[in-house]
Write a protein that binds this ligand. Structure first.
Ligand SMILES: C[S@@+](CC[C@H](N)C(=O)[O-])C[C@H]1O[C@@H](n2cnc3c(N)ncnc32)[C@H](O)[C@@H]1O
Length: 278
């Protein structure tokens, strides 16, 4: 299932992918959602007063997110889904049951040009979210950046575990829209930003899950520790992750949800830590 949205060159078996000559998925994303300013604050005073009104606005935002999905995947739907490793977190994700037929060529091109990573909860995201929920002392009272937030799963876990503030950073405007919807579903606040330039306050911790699939992001391994006291990175894409300033905390098996049926090696998630003292 979902073979058409495999995450990298090695993972892609699709003849269609080969036919259009796609060598990897480092493709600029469509600016499909306008956020108006570089940082969007989800102010609780903007929320409708009654829980009934709040439910209605969350439903409307969910529908809007689905229209964004339809720009690349018109035949797919979103559904609210608890994520397997952290069932207390529910996300708007791609519907698990999909037609098994291959995508039409034009749809395939759209998907590859603008992959909707945000409609999956990646294996690394699940592992890091689970870790934060199990170790609230890592985030409690802290100011945090979720770098490459996607659905926002890791930032949401940090907020649920007691973080003071989470800035969800993603270059894909659709991902930021997904973060907003998923924050509302889980009744937490996230601040949204398209890049790290928006940082104005001291940051205690940067959390990042599954962002190293794009080798252009490797320089962030050195850049992120200059922006925060601690960095936690979850990754299953770099085979020999060997950075002298990062310490392996744990290795865990996990599967992207909904299941992309990725190669087993991509289900081996390693969690690394960088602290100023290391
Ligand atoms: C594979 S998804 C992972 C999402 C989420 N962290 C998770 O684990 O489910 C990677 C996300 O990182 C974002 N991303 C990749 N490179 C980025 C960069 N340089 N700056 C900001 N976001 C980036 C992508 O747009 C995408 O939403």
């Amino acid at each position: 299932m979902f073979g058409w949205l495999r995450k990298d060159k090695r993972g892609s078996k699709s003849q269609k992918v080969k036919r259009i000559g796609l060598t990897d998925h480092r493709i600029l994303h469509d600016r499909t959602v306008s956020l108006g300013s570089s940082v969007t604050h989800l102010d609780p005073s903007d929320q409708p007063a009654s829980s009934c009104m709040k439910e209605i606005s969350t439903t409307a935002a969910f529908k809007h997110l689905e229209t964004i999905l339809h720009q690349t995947l018109p035949s797919c739907a979103l559904e609210r889904s608890p994520i397997p490793l952290c069932p207390s977190i529910e996300l708007a994700l791609l519907q698990a049951e999909l037609p098994q037929t291959p995508l039409p060529d034009d749809e395939m091109r759209q998907v590859l040009a603008s992959p909707a990573y945000w409609c999956f909860c990646w294996a690394s995201g699940q592992v890091l979210a689970q870790y934060l929920l199990a170790h609230p002392e890592r985030v409690a009272g802290k100011s945090i950046i979720d770098f490459g937030a996607g659905s926002g799963v890791v930032g949401i876990a940090a907020m649920l575990a007691g973080a003071r503030e989470v800035l969800a950073v993603d270059l894909d405007p659709a991902a930021l829209a997904a973060c907003a919807v998923n924050a509302a579903i889980n009744d937490v606040q996230l601040t949204l930003a398209p890049d790290l330039n928006a940082i104005q306050t001291p940051i205690d911790l940067i959390i990042a899950a599954d962002v190293l699939y794009d080798r252009d992001n490797l320089h962030f391994l050195d850049a992120l520790p200059t922006l925060a006291t601690d960095v936690l990175i979850a990754d299953s894409r770099i085979k020999n992750f060997n950075h002298r300033h990062y310490r392996l905390l744990q290795t865990q098996t996990a599967t992207t949800w909904p299941d992309l049926e990725e190669y087993p090696e991509y289900n081996q998630v390693r969690l690394f830590e960088h602290t100023r003292s290391s």
